[in-house]
Design a protein around this ligand. Structure first.
Ligand code: MLT
Length: 319
């Protein structure tokens, strides 16, 4: 019968490599969490699982999401994406997928604060200096981001809107904040808002300047990031942005396979080594209640509603 066939399929899963599709370039924060998670999930997935990471960058993550939404419904092609899953819902007028209808939700992975960074070439060392500098400069700055709907884009949008400089800045889209970081270090761009998982070591190494963190409160427990104020403390009332990542399979993937993947994800998120690596970079691995299909889907639906307000306020959309 059908039940037996599905059970037999799940027992054999995985019998070939599982692909984590990452919507941004290698060397950035989404790539980092996917690669660390791939290591942590290998054992719990069983069958001597082989997990490969594929970087399908472009259009703020929507190309990768479309690829996974249309992939075979067998659990071998999974999407590891962040807040863009929710942001692109109202940002993109034409999309090839639906965030809520075209995926099986496996669970959330982590929460990640962001930092507002400047190039070492900028004539400012603190957030107050920086704001004074850009105002005296007529707001002329180049802001790097990873495409419309990326976390760096959403953060940049919120910050420009909050400081009322949205009309004067030039934004430059990269295939990920990994490559964008190289240009910030080189001084080809002036400013970028990016996840602590990509910025902490660069801040520590003095290769970029950190001005502020995007969480409501400063990150007082982190040895490096505790030195920076929150944007809210710097006068940007209500500014509070945390990025989260999640994992998704194509809609219609067999329930037994989904259960195997969800169980393995849960175990991986308890791996002390994975937790330590994430925490060193300012991220927090989520608790079990968010590693359920229902829990994560409810969370994303809520994020879609919240981000729609932010995006409509900025009034900039992607085609
Ligand atoms: C983002 O800005 O959305 C991410 O940092 C992109 C990336 O992972 O490169």
């Amino acid at each position: 019968g059908t039940t037996l066939a599905v059970g037999a399929f799940a027992q054999a899963f995985p019998s070939k490599p599982v692909t984590f599709v990452v919507p941004f370039a290698a060397g950035g924060p989404t790539d980092l969490v996917a690669r660390q998670l791939a290591e942590a999930m290998r054992k719990p997935l069983g069958n001597n699982a082989n997990i490969v990471v594929e970087n399908t960058a472009g259009a703020g993550g929507t190309i990768a999401a479309t690829r996974v939404a249309r992939a075979p419904k067998d659990g071998y092609t999974l999407l590891v994406w962040h807040i863009g899953m929710a942001a692109t819902d109202s940002l993109y007028k034409k999309k090839q997928f639906s965030a809520l209808d075209d995926f099986e939700y496996l669970g959330a992975i982590n929460d990640v604060p962001m930092t507002l960074l400047g190039s070492n070439k900028l004539n400012a060392n603190t957030y107050r200096d920086f704001e004074a500098y850009i105002r005296s400069n007529g707001g002329k700055l180049n802001l790097a981001h990873a495409g419309l709907g990326s976390a760096s884009h959403i953060c940049g949008l919120m910050w420009q809107h909050a400081v009322k400089l949205d009309k004067s800045m030039t934004t430059i889209a990269y295939r990920g904040t990994g490559p964008a970081m190289n240009d910030l270090i080189g001084g080809q761009v002036d400013v970028m808002c990016d996840q602590t998982t990509n910025t902490t070591s660069q801040i520590e190494g003095g290769r970029v300047k950190a001005f502020a963190v995007t969480t409501a409160k400063p990150l007082s427990n982190h040895p490096i990031l505790k030195h920076y104020p929150s944007l809210q403390e710097m006068g940007l009332k209500g500014f509070n942005l945390t990025i989260w990542h999640g994992m998704y399979a194509p809609k219609g993937t067999p329930p037994d396979v989904l259960k195997k993947l969800n169980d393995a994800l849960k175990v991986a998120l308890k791996d002390p080594e994975f937790i330590k690596r994430q925490e060193e970079l300012g991220a927090i691995v989520v608790t079990d209640d968010r590693v359920t299909p229902e829990g994560h889907k409810k969370f994303v639906a809520n994020e879609i509603a919240k981000l729609k307000v932010v995006i409509d306020a900025a009034g900039q959309y992607a085609d």
